[in-house]
Write a protein that binds this ligand. Structure first.
Ligand code: GLP
Length: 245
């Protein structure tokens, strides 16, 4: 296992502050980096803190290019459930990130495989400076569900039942959740120069243990992180409870 920088925080306020400090230091040291940002409930306090700092004058906090991690398939651009709308609302619009600096999936593309290839080519031609990711309770990263190949590229996937159930919490019911999605592959994510995993809450404790304290296996997609260079994990006590330091 590579050297992993585990940062344990006491509460959600600290989670937001420590994550925002990490991001702010990163932007000070890197010129216009390409950054992946995740959706989900976990990063919301972090986004709120970044937006607060930006509005209070830390204008360098928008000096990055954004790369989408994943997206549902078949939604109109302005559908409230699309991940690009979600992240637009939570962080990209408040930071005034220009649309030319947002590399996002066209969820509604006629040919979704071609769309995945378009994004995959962009990723191959660029360096991912920082991948900020969350984790699903089954170990999915982005929408790389269990048994995804560690060398997988950007592609269309079918969401697992557990993931659909988890995502139903965002939109108020299972019927609201699209059943297909597109995602950067683990092969893409492995190329990131730096990775930050954000994790909070008791319900992530078990998968965190399986990710870092069990053998690396495609049954647990997140276990690729064990061999990821320059990985920082910021988590609260509940989420990190089963990790033995
Ligand atoms: C979603 C997203 C992931 C996210 C994960 C965890 O399905 N595709 O990118 O990291 O679930 O979400 P949450 O933070 O709400 O637990």
């Amino acid at each position: 296992m590579n050297n992993i920088n585990f940062v344990r925080v006491d509460n959600i306020d600290d989670f937001a502050i420590v994550s925002a400090d990490f991001f702010s230091d990163f932007l000070k040291k890197n010129d216009n980096p390409l950054v992946i940002l995740p959706t989900g409930f976990t990063p919301l306090p972090f986004y709120k803190e970044i937006v607060k700092r930006y509005k209070s004058g830390e204008k360098y906090l928008n000096k990055f290019r954004y790369l989408a991690l994943d997206e549902y398939v078949g939604l109109a651009d302005d559908d409230y459930r699309s991940f690009s709308s979600w992240l637009g609302k939570e962080i990209l619009n408040p930071l005034s990130i220009d649309s030319k600096d947002r590399i996002i999936f066209n969820s509604n593309a006629d040919d979704i495989d071609k769309e995945c290839k378009r994004i995959d080519d962009i990723v191959s031609e660029n360096v991912i400076d920082l991948a900020i990711v969350g984790i699903g309770e089954n170990g999915h990263i982005g929408f790389n569900e269990p048994k995804s190949s560690f060398s997988s590229r950007t592609r269309k996937v079918l969401l697992h039942e557990k993931t659909i159930k988890a995502n139903a919490e965002y939109w108020g019911g299972i019927d609201e959740v699209p059943k297909e999605a597109v995602t950067l592959g683990l092969g893409n994510l492995k190329e990131a120069k730096n990775t930050l995993l954000l994790v909070s809450g008791k319900r992530k404790a078990e998968i965190l243990r399986k990710s870092f304290c069990a053998p690396v296996s495609e049954d647990i997609p997140s276990s690729y992180l064990q061999n990821q260079p320059n990985l920082t994990v910021i988590g609260d006590e509940d989420a990190l409870a089963e990790i033995i330091f």
